[in-house]
Ligand binder design. Structure first.
Ligand code: GLA
Length: 385
């Protein structure tokens, strides 16, 4: 499968708008997906993450309305229509992400206005590349821009996180939305999820990031996410800290429950790996970065229990390829994508041999085409001129 490409989504959104509303859109906005290089399940523990925005976007082509109605069509989905003033919990399916953003923006006192829109995306859904966070950020950008307002990336990101937490019941952190809203071209972003400060980190010069899409898709695992989050809160309470960000390896002795101990050990070591990753990237040490990624996968698999047969299989296969410096699952886990760091000189062979050799295992079949895509860090959400 060829790599998703955001220029294609721009074109398709524009055409869908013209076909649907028989006029030209007056505005196009885009918001990218993300891949997290290292630091998983740390964001809701006030910890550190190192994502980068992807060159795959959700794009909304739109035209302003004079009332407070939002009407949107999206390729391959039912259309959605609602008044911003209605309760977003009554809006079904993907429309709730769009309605939720507009509603929370309004309730928080930000300017909002209605629009007609057409949505296209190049981000595979359910693949752990944050397609829903990108939809939230694109919808927020659309709604504030038609109202003549400009919202900071951190504000849009916090609103998107609240849509997940308050309107969809998913207790996720802020990484996905902030990576989509505030990504920096050419850089990964080290985010301190306690104060939301962002440190741009230009990637190593001799290696590339490669997305490994297992073709498996996340289904019905949101309850597992909530259980992990609760485990972390329980572990922090047992240790006596506000969040696991403040815990150390010595604190692990205070945990009698072996499951809580493993969860806490993952979070403590994951935060350390992110901080070390930033230092080694700045020193252009791609070998050590790769080793940290591989250690991260082991911790997610063995201590946090969020990997899966397909993710383990693709990571193990990647690590046997010449020029692969390290690999790990990315995002929430259970299905979707992994990420590898591959030496520049080996990229073409890596892509070819992985595409030829990888097949999803029988115990976790693929639901979508698999894909191996080298990616460079893209800029965060923006208006398309
Ligand atoms: C999902 C959540 C994020 C984060 C990751 C795991 O993507 O939305 O907030 O917790 O899982 O790192």
């Amino acid at each position: 499968m060829s790599a998703p490409h955001s220029a294609a989504a721009h074109q398709r959104a524009r055409e869908l708008y013209t076909r649907t509303y028989i006029s030209e859109p007056t505005l196009l906005v885009r918001a990218p997906g993300r891949v997290n290089l290292i630091g998983e399940h740390t964001d809701y523990n006030d910890g550190f993450v190192l994502p980068m925005a992807l060159p795959f976007d959700v794009v909304i082509a739109l035209g302003a309305r004079t009332d407070r109605t939002i009407n949107a069509v999206s390729e391959g989905f039912e259309s959605t229509q609602f008044s911003i003033d209605d309760d977003p919990r009554k809006t079904p399916s993907w429309g709730r992400y769009v309605h939720g953003m507009a509603s929370l923006m309004h309730l928080d006192g930000h300017a909002v206005a209605g629009w007609n829109g057409a949505i296209a995306t190049d981000i595979p859904t359910g693949a752990a590349l944050s397609s829903s966070a990108a939809l939230e950020i694109a919808a927020g950008l659309a709604t504030s821009t038609v109202a003549g307002d400009t919202l900071d990336g951190a504000i849009l990101a916090r609103l998107g996180q609240r849509v997940e937490n308050e309107l969809l019941g998913l207790p996720s952190g802020i990484m996905d939305q902030l990576a989509s809203a505030s990504g920096i071209k050419g850089c990964a972003s080290m985010i301190d999820c306690r104060d939301l400060s962002i440190t741009p980190v230009a990637l190593c010069k001799d290696a590339q990031v490669v997305i490994l899409d297992t073709g498996t898709r996340r289904e019905l695992v949101d309850s597992e996410f909530a259980i992990r989050q609760q485990d972390c809160q329980d572990a922090a309470a047992a240790i006596g800290v506000k969040s696991l960000r403040d815990a150390t390896h010595d604190d692990l002795q205070k945990l009698d429950d072996q499951r809580l101990l493993r969860r806490a050990r993952h979070v403590i070591s994951a935060n350390e790996r992110v901080l070390e990753a930033v230092k080694v990237i700045q020193a252009n040490d791609s070998h050590r970065l790769g080793a940290l990624m591989t250690a991260s996968h082991a911790s997610l698999r063995d201590d946090y229990d969020v990997s899966s047969p397909a993710l383990d299989a693709i990571v193990e296969l990647a690590e046997t390829q010449p020029g692969c410096l390290g690999a790990r699952m990315t995002g929430g886990g259970f299905a979707g994508c992994a990420v590898a760091l591959v030496h520049d000189h080996a990229i073409d062979t890596f892509v070819q041999s992985m595409s030829d050799a990888y097949r999803a295992p029988a115990e976790q079949p693929a639901k979508a085409p698999t894909g191996i895509w080298p990616v460079a860090p893209a800029p965060g959400a923006s208006i398309i001129n």
